[in-house]
Ligand binder design. Structure first.
Ligand SMILES: NCC(=O)CCC(=O)O
Ligand SMILES: [Zn+2]
Ligand SMILES: [Zn+2]
Length: 334
C-alpha cells in the first residue's frame, strides 16, 4: 500500500502562505508611478475633445482640454506622457511637412506643457505616418519603395524640432534603419544630447494589434503595409540585431512593442542589454481586449496581472492607455 507522504524538502507552500511573503516572492515586479508612461493624442484644434470609438475611455484632446486632465493625473502621481500629434485640417503631403511645422500641435503644445506641468516628463513619438499623404512611416521613392537616406534625414529633422520645442525624450517609432545615429548626431549638433533622451522603438513588430490606434490617428498606409520596416512577428533574431544596432547607435532606452504576446522578446532584450532601461508598449489592440474582458473589477485584476508579468519579463516602464486606472489602483493599495 502506498504511503501518503509529505517530503519535507519539497514543500514550497511554506514560502508564500501570507500576502507579505507573496510580495517577497515577486522581486522587481512592483508597479510604481515611474514604471508607467501615458500615451496621449493631441489634436490640432486646441479646444476639441473627441471620443475614440474603438478605445473605451480614451479621448483625443486639444491642448486646452488636455492640460487640466494632465494636471489632475499629475496630482494622482502621473510621471510621464508620450505625445502623438494628429492633424485634421492641415494638409498631409509626401514629405510630412506638418510633422515639424510651426502649426504642428505637438510643437505648439510643448512649451505650454513644460511651463504648466514642470514635473511631468515629456516624450514625443517621432514618425512621419500621421503627416504623410501616403501614410508610410518614411519617405518613398518614385517607384513607391522606402527612400532610406531621405527618410532618416527627415526623421532626424522632426526629432530635432521636437527636442528644440521642449521634448525631454524623443521616441522614433518609424523603424527606419540608422535613424538612431542620425537623431543622436542632430541632438549633438545643437548641444542637446545631455538634455534629451533617445527612446528607440527598437523591437517594433508588424502587428495586427495596432488597429484601434490607426483609426484614432488616421495613419494607415494608403497602399501597401509596413512589413518592409516593422519586424516579422516570429523574428526573435532580428529583434536582437535591431536592439544591438540601436544600442551601438546611441539609444538611451529600448522598447518592445506590442507587449503581451512578445514577453519572450522583453526577456531576451533585457538579458541582452541589462544596463539599458527597457520599455514595453501595451498597444491599442491589447487595451481593447482587456477593456472588454468583463466587469470593471475583473478588468482591474486582469490588468494588474498583465502589468506584473510585463515587469517580471524585464520591462522597466510600461506605456499604457490604462495609466489613469493604474494610478488610481496604486493609490487605493497604499
Ligand atoms: N507608433 C505608435 C503606435 O504605433 C501605437 C500602436 C498602438 O497603440 O496600437
Ligand atoms: Zn509611423
Ligand atoms: Zn507607430
Amino acid at each position: 500500500m502506498s504511503q501518503l507522504y509529505v517530503s519535507a524538502e519539497h514543500v514550497l507552500q511554506g514560502g508564500y502562505h501570507h500576502a507579505t511573503l507573496r510580495r517577497l516572492q515577486e522581486p522587481n515586479t512592483t508597479i510604481e508611478p515611474h514604471n508607467i508612461m501615458y500615451p496621449v493624442f493631441l489634436l490640432e484644434d486646441d479646444n476639441a475633445k473627441q471620443e475614440v470609438a474603438s478605445m473605451p475611455n480614451v479621448y483625443r484632446y486639444g491642448i486646452n482640454e488636455l492640460i487640466p486632465v494632465l494636471k489632475d493625473l499629475v496630482a494622482k502621481g502621473l510621471k510621464s506622457i508620450l505625445i502623438f500629434g494628429i492633424i485634421e485640417t492641415l494638409p498631409k503631403d509626401p514629405t510630412g511637412s506638418h510633422a515639424d511645422s510651426a502649426q504642428n500641435p505637438v510643437i505648439r503644445a510643448l512649451p505650454r506643457l513644460r511651463a504648466e506641468l514642470p514635473s511631468l516628463l515629456l516624450a514625443c513619438d517621432v514618425c512621419l505616418c500621421p503627416y504623410t499623404s501616403h501614410g508610410h512611416c518614411g519617405l518613398l521613392t518614385d517607384s513607391g519603395a522606402i527612400d532610406h537616406a531621405a527618410s532618416v534625414k527627415r526623421i532626424a529633422e522632426v526629432a530635432l524640432a521636437y527636442a528644440l520645442a521642449g521634448a525631454q525624450i524623443v521616441a522614433p517609432s518609424d523603424m527606419m534603419d540608422n535613424r538612431i545615429k542620425a537623431i543622436k548626431e542632430a541632438l549633438v549638433s545643437v548641444k542637446l544630447q545631455n538634455q534629451v533622451s533617445l527612446l528607440s522603438y527598437s523591437c517594433k513588430f508588424a502587428s495586427s494589434m495596432y488597429g484601434p490606434f490607426r483609426d484614432t490617428m488616421k495613419s494607415s498606409p494608403m497602399s501597401g503595409d509596413r512589413k518592409c520596416y516593422q519586424l516579422p512577428p516570429g523574428a526573435a533574431a532580428l529583434a536582437a540585431r535591431a536592439a544591438a544596432r540601436d544600442v551601438a547607435e546611441g539609444a538611451d532606452f529600448l522598447m518592445v512593442k506590442p507587449g503581451l504576446p512578445y514577453l519572450d522578446i522583453v526577456r531576451q532584450t533585457k538579458d541582452q542589454f541589462p544596463n539599458h532601461p527597457l520599455f514595453i508598449y501595451q498597444v491599442s489592440g491589447e487595451y481593447a481586449m482587456i477593456s472588454r474582458s468583463g466587469e470593471s473589477e475583473d478588468v482591474s485584476t486582469m490588468l494588474m496581472e498583465v502589468l506584473t508579468c510585463m515587469r517580471r519579463a524585464g520591462a522597466d516602464c510600461i506605456i499604457t492607455y490604462f495609466a489613469p486606472l493604474v494610478l488610481s489602483m496604486i493609490s487605493a493599495n497604499k
